[in-house]
Ligand binder design. Structure first.
Ligand SMILES: [Zn+2]
Ligand SMILES: [Zn+2]
Length: 170
């Protein structure tokens, strides 16, 4: 069944399959509106509820800043630079090449040890990409899981809109 709904960004009325509308917290008529809604610059309120998935790297940096406003001391920056170049002191170097390298990098970025329960997430989904820009620290596994569910929702929205657009042009 096709239902009429209103775009949360531009206010335009449009039709969508009722199955696609079920359980959605936001509705958008097109990908452009979804992108605008989730853009921090264009819509700070929407960004707060949805996160800026159109510019995920900024979001992660922001989160890390909130968790630790003064994390990037000159010493930390230098340590990070050295560890990335593989020229850090022995202890740092061996840890960096250990199993929990992403946690070590996150700790260096934060400038403090990770707390119990904190989870380090790879923004691009590649667990071998441990560059500081690619890591997000979540306070708990549930916060981490919530981020993944929002991310899945966002990707699902884009897929559905692509399917919708293809159907319309057929
Ligand atoms: Zn719209
Ligand atoms: Zn994750």
């Amino acid at each position: 069944m096709r239902l009429k709904t209103t775009c949360d960004w531009c206010g335009r009325e449009f039709f969508r399959d009722s199955a696609q509308l079920k359980g959605k917290k936001h509705h958008f008529c097109c990908r452009q509106c979804l992108a605008s809604f989730s853009s921090k610059a264009k819509n700070p309120d929407g960004y707060a509820s949805l996160k800026d998935y159109t510019n995920i790297s900024q979001h992660m940096t922001k989160l890390n800043e909130e968790l630790n406003p003064d994390r990037m001391t000159p010493e930390t920056k230098e340590k990070l630079r050295e560890s990335r170049l593989g020229k850090g002191r022995c202890d740092g170097y061996s840890k960096i090449h250990g199993l929990a390298a992403h946690r070590v990098v996150a700790e260096q970025t934060l400038g403090r040890p990770l707390m119990p329960g904190e989870v380090v997430h790879h923004r691009d989904g590649n667990r071998y990409n441990n560059s500081p820009e690619n890591l997000v620290v979540f306070p708990s596994q549930s916060a981490h899981a919530h981020h993944h569910s929002e991310l899945r929702w966002f990707i699902q929205q884009i897929k559905e809109m692509e399917a919708e657009e293809n159907a319309e042009t057929e």
